[in-house]
Design a protein. Structure first.
Length: 295
């Protein structure tokens, strides 16, 4: 028996509707109006939540990395880019107010301890730990100390590394996401059968964080037991930005949510029955009335 995890007013786990998250991440390109349009698209698609990314730039990146030459819309260095993409306190106050007005949950993946502390002021419904942070024990412990539900992404991680992370985090309030950390991911590297394997191994709700092109494989993850699906959302895959090409445009996100809900309905409960709608067909086509048979 797997206990569901409560995120806001939703329960995430077997027997409950798949929790669909639109990862805005840094696809807002540092522009609040783009961020709001992405929130709007997520709401219109029927998503349960949106997710952003929060970093303390000079903690997550070395001085050498920030000084590296990199042409971008904000300047000539990688530091110009990272600072340009990062929302600060006033911006997140606006995000919080806007998401509340649209009645959609929002949370972040916090890439350092200070970013966890920063986000705590907004009373988030949960935290996401990015695949890149899975081996950062100090960051895992800081997340655990908040007492909030935690979503752990497992891209580019071995089972031994996941075991260690789960040992630190504990399984109470934990959701694990199967993921492949390439952007975009190749279908032959998605390995969706890991979803039931991770469910059995850890006994917690397991979902899927997809970075592939297309929608069918993300929907297939639900058929394999994913209790949560996360995909990056963009206004246009041709927009500038490192994550845009592996993202889903609003029309595609609408189709994805629709297909997930259809799959949930179609899965049923696993009990074989004869539906009333089948009875007239049976009476028309069968030569032997099998209703007389027993066993």
């Amino acid at each position: 028996m797997i206990d569901p995890v409560r995120i806001g007013d939703r329960l995430v786990g077997p027997g409950h509707p798949c929790f669909v998250t639109a990862e805005i991440g840094i696809n807002h390109n540092g522009d609040m109006e783009i961020a709001k349009r992405l929130v709007d698209a997520s709401v219109e698609s029927g998503c349960d939540a949106v997710k952003f990314q929060k970093r303390t730039v000079d903690v997550v990146y070395t001085a050498e990395e920030l000084a590296r030459e990199r042409e971008n819309p904000f300047g000539r260095t990688n530091g110009d880019l990272k600072y340009g993409l990062e929302f600060g306190l006033d911006a997140y106050k606006e995000v919080d107010s806007y998401c509340r007005s649209k009645n959609i949950l929002w949370f972040v993946s916090a890439w350092d301890e200070a970013s966890v502390d920063f986000t705590e002021a907004f009373n988030p419904p949960c935290y996401k730990i990015a695949s890149a942070s899975l081996t950062d024990d100090g960051l895992l412990k800081r997340h655990r100390d908040t007492g909030r539900p935690i979503i752990l992404s497992t891209g580019m991680s071995s089972l031994a590394q996941i075991d260690h992370a789960v040992e630190i985090l504990g399984t109470k309030g934990l959701i694990i996401l199967h993921a492949t950390s390439t952007y975009p991911s190749k279908p032959e590297e998605l390995n969706l059968r890991c979803i039931p394997m991770l469910t059995e191994r850890y006994g917690v709700p397991v979902g899927y964080s997809g970075h592939e092109v297309g929608l069918s494989t993300s929907a297939a993850a639900v058929a394999l037991g994913a209790c949560m699906v996360e995909r990056h959302i963009t206004l246009d895959r041709a927009m500038w930005g490192s994550d845009q090409a592996a993202s889903v445009e609003p029309q595609g996100f609408h189709r994805l949510v629709r297909d997930i809900r259809t799959i949930e309905t179609a899965l049923g409960n696993g009990e074989k029955v004869v539906y009333p709608s089948e009875v007239p067909i049976r009476e028309k086509l069968r030569r032997i009335d099998t209703r007389r048979l027993v066993g």
